[in-house]
Design a binder for this molecule. Structure first.
Ligand code: ZN
Length: 274
């Protein structure tokens, strides 16, 4: 089975437009879009229109081409649009919202999770403490969460966040696969320690909980994103935890994706001129 993985497209139509072509050239059976799919500049409250007016037709193209498309929204995609996103995915038999779900294709089990470890930025829709003893970073401003009435301020974010499940707890509530060796996790947040989580200012912000989860469970593959610039700053876009291959392709100005043959476990990163 051949997989094409891209992530953090943030609504860039020139990148979306190239995706079907490269998927067909690579003879991909499955395309995985790992979150932060919608425009994140301008009015975030119009992301729902992007789903309806653009993404819907994009997803339909893959369904018509006979290519599976597994995807979920990310931390910059407002939670108030989860429902319309889910409904849009459900229109097409080959398109699946992978957030906190398992999809089986052939003998491979794909499991997704789109919660992220808290960060200094204000939008907190999908933020969690990593573990129960997590130490928060200094914040850039008052926390915001999306509601149907618009973005709402959370005055005491740290107290509020302590009432939410941690990343560690969220991982433990995911469905258990039947065969871990044939399982691919798609987790927007990267693990720590591997150079897949390096920010432009030098900090390494990856998740301890995700690292520990992968180390103990040992799936075949894990796919990550979130820190767009990490490969440029760490020089790494893949690593191993025991027998598990971890991939984080990054996403800067050039359209970037990875092709993976799950049978041979050969994989290549493509940074296109687009
Ligand atoms: Zn992200």
């Amino acid at each position: 089975m051949k997989v094409l993985f891209t992530t953090d497209l943030h609504g860039a139509k020139r990148k979306y437009e190239g995706l079907l072509d490269v998927a067909q050239q690579a003879q991909a059976d499955v395309v995985i879009n790992g979150g932060d799919m919608l425009p994140s500049v301008g009015n975030l409250l119009s992301q729902g229109d992007y789903i309806t007016n653009y993404l819907d037709a994009h997803l339909r193209e893959f369904d018509e081409a006979g290519i599976y498309y597994l995807c979920y929204l990310g931390n910059d995609d407002l939670r108030i649009f989860d429902e319309i996103f889910e409904k849009t995915c459900n229109k097409y038999p080959l398109v699946h919202n992978l957030a906190q779900c398992k999809i089986e294709i052939g003998d491979i089990e794909f499991i997704g999770m789109n919660w992220v470890v808290d960060y200094p930025f204000r939008l907190k829709d999908r933020c969690r403490m990593d573990t129960i003893d997590y130490i928060f970073q200094e914040q850039y401003g008052t926390a915001l969460v999306s509601t149907t009435d618009g973005l709402k301020e959370i005055k005491d974010w740290f107290s509020y966040a302590r009432t939410l499940p941690t990343i560690e707890e969220e991982l433990n509530t995911l469905v258990t696969p039947n065969n871990i060796k044939q399982t691919v996790y798609v987790i927007h947040m990267p693990p720590y320690k591997l150079g897949l989580d390096k920010c432009g200012h030098g900090a390494e912000v990856g998740s301890k909980a995700i690292y520990d989860f992968l180390r103990s469970r040992q799936p075949r593959l894990s796919l990550h994103g979130h820190i767009h610039e990490s490969p440029e700053y760490s020089g790494k876009w893949h690593a191993k935890i025991g027998n598990t291959v971890c991939i984080q392709p990054g996403q800067l100005t050039s359209f970037t994706y990875v092709t993976i043959d799950l049978k041979t476990m050969q994989f290549d990163r493509h940074v296109t001129g687009v």
